[in-house]
Design a protein around this ligand. Sequence first.
Ligand code: XMP
Length: 323
Amino acid sequence: NWTTGNVIDEQVAAIREQVGDKRAICGLSGGVDSAVAAALVQKAIGSQLTCVYVDHGLMRKGETEQVEKDFVAATGVQLKVVDAEERFLTALAGVSDPEQKRKIIGREFIRVFEQAQAEIIADEGPEVAFLVQGTLYPDVVESGGGTGTANIKSHHNVGGLPEDLEFQLIEPLRKLFKDEVRMVGQELGLPDEIVQRQPFPGPGLGIRIVGEVTKDRLDLLREADAIAREELTAAGLDREIWQCPVVLLADVRSVGVQGDGRTYGHPIVLRPVSSEDAMTADWSRLPYDVLAKISTRITNEVADVNRVVLDVTSKPPGTIEWE
Ligand code: XMP
């Protein structure tokens, strides 16, 4: 019979057996899966695990702190944070094309992560042999069920490491569905903000700015997004909606009137959707008073935004994200 307690006990025993006296690395993304996978492995092997969090500067307000402070406080995990904001912003400078942005963010992410891995191996020695991944059951089915090793090519020569680092994978969530992962995370004492987090794309706010990604634009979008999230939570709507991307139309300006006079600012798009699996989605019929509150607060509190618009497109034809 399935209980979260059984799953945890089983996995802890299996991970201890698999890892022995070697060491493991786990990348944290801020999302549920990597957090729960890391917490499970931490419970099993404690200080033999090192987590890596790449701060690409594209996270929402408070999310990096959630990993740095709350996750560490809840698990006692050893965490290496790499502040790579400047590197990502430099790589993204002048780029507006969505696919181009995704490629750049993905490429930089792998480079930064591999460099962090190489540094950990340089510090901790060749007994670092395992890589933890938050693969879920639906991912296993989709990809044909294989498991095994990750072959990491190191582009960076850190302290005479081998060119190819081979890791064995630890995938403690391979038999679980998302709701089960959440229950396990809760049982392990992870904060609600992490365990109940709605989906958020790996490229982060980088694909929620239509136009070039800059620090100022990111800061502006972070403010608008934080207001929308705060009001949706206050209205008790978090479980009802699948997610609500907040998008900055950075290349669009419209005329408005605010305070003493005419403004020429940017629109913010709200994209609340309901969905079962993100393959299809419908736009959420949010209460007008909640929408009104979000709109008023964003236009009052976020400089350079003078209009809030609601996306009423289902998927298909629209995707959930704008890029
Ligand atoms: P779309 O926009 O394709 O999004 O309807 C479907 C779901 O996937 C999320 N999404 C991503 N997640 N990396 C991710 O990890 C990505 O590059 C990415 N793009 C979209 C999106 O938030 C939605 O939940």
